[in-house]
Write a protein that binds this ligand. Sequence first.
Ligand SMILES: NC(=O)c1ccc[n+]([C@@H]2O[C@H](COP(=O)([O-])OP(=O)(O)OC[C@H]3O[C@@H](n4cnc5c(N)ncnc54)[C@H](O)[C@@H]3O)[C@@H](O)[C@H]2O)c1
Length: 471
Amino acid sequence: MQGVTSYEEIRMSPQERADIDRRTNGMRHRREIDERVVYEPLTELLNRIENRTARIVVIGQGYVGLPVAMEATEQGFDVVGYEVDAKRAESLAAGVSYVEDIDGERLRTALAGGYRVSTELGDLAGFDVAIITVPTPLTDGVPDLSYVGSAGEALARVLRSGALVVLESTTYPGTTNEYLAGILEKSGLRAGADFFLGYSPERIDPGNPTWNLVNTPKVVAGCNENSARVADAFYSTIVQQTVLVDSCETAELVKILENTYRHVNIALVNELAMFAGQLGVDIWAAIDAADTKPFGFTAFRPGPGVGGHCLPIDPSYLSWRVRQDLGQTFRFVELANDVNQHMPDYVVRRISSMLNERERSVRGSKILLLGMTYKAGTSDWRESPSLVVAKRLKALGAQLTFCDPHLPDGQREALDAPFVDFGPEALEAADLVVVLVDHPEFDPEVISACAPVVFDTKSLVRGHDFAGEVL
Ligand SMILES: NC(=O)c1ccc[n+]([C@@H]2O[C@H](COP(=O)([O-])OP(=O)(O)OC[C@H]3O[C@@H](n4cnc5c(N)ncnc54)[C@H](O)[C@@H]3O)[C@@H](O)[C@H]2O)c1
């Protein structure tokens, strides 16, 4: 195969290149370049995608990467799932899935087909399409792109002309073109000219029975037109609908906008829930009734705070970028962070006053916490507000027990309190039961029949003959 035409071959002088970079404000929107490139490798990669001979690698085999790898395998591609966590890789190789949306049988079928998992960089050599799905956490409150950086460094060592790299990790606008492109270019190849580069945010909602990777429209962008074309061609093989946007920056903003929208609206109802409680108004009834309006209102519901890998983190990527580049404060994000982060403290205050009304203190009271993951139906406990509630109650001397059918064993041990099975025995043994997550296994009728007192942050037991309080 001939390499993608390089800058030298299209006779672009350093001065012309500098001019383009200046005009595009340092970004690498290289439409100008595209028009002048004879892009034979474009046709070749499009053909390989079309006839399923393209070799796919997915960097990171977590909640996002594993479903992408499974779907690509099922569409007939050879897929390598590259995973640096040796324990995770071993588990997958043995056909044991730790991602709830991918069951063991589906994984084992993929292993028997075109999928394999690897911790060896050499296994990525000669790839045609690489999808990066590594974590993008906050470290000390600041975006931490080190995982994206090391994934890029690894790919730069095996990158070849004519391949496509797509970042899926959630991040601030500018990451793909300003940060990842530079790391990949350590290969000596140029983004957009020698290899294709794109961004496509993952929108999966773990545990959602209706919307999944395949039927949720997938936003796709490239650093230039040809990159967008091949990225779109690849995703069109694994999802039902792609939505092409004009730049990686737009695609990056799409994901953060979606999560900031949810974060801000949840903060709104959380704050309202606190006021409504004091005003003696039923916030849940008000939201349900407002939700009957067929237009202009979208229902968000209160809870003990926000958790998971998205809401507590992604909006801060955006506010960091705004502060960094524009010197401005993104006030909505700061306010939403403030309200949502203080919800666990509010929950503890309410628990404390409920016990107080019953002439009890938190110290020494037996409190059963229902739900330790960050939301219903998932095993993901990252940033879960339940963990903060547990920590605060423990510090006040409560005798805690936990119940969570979804929490993985390793994390149970780290919580350092007994776990109990859901049922009358555990509920009756507690002085107070706190519903923190509305897992489907938590039967509201059993809770209202057996728990002596309930503090319900999810309105799970609503509609039952129940003497407890809701948030
Ligand atoms: N979990 C979700 O619901 C969700 C939804 C949409 C977007 N996202 C975003 O997708 C990204 C990944 O999230 P996730 O939930 O899948 O994370 P995860 O922690 O479940 O999986 C990431 C995996 O990448 C591996 N990894 C880290 N660095 C690596 C490297 N250099 N090479 C190979 N493997 C590496 C980790 O060991 C881990 O197994 C994040 O940016 C997240 O914000 C997550």
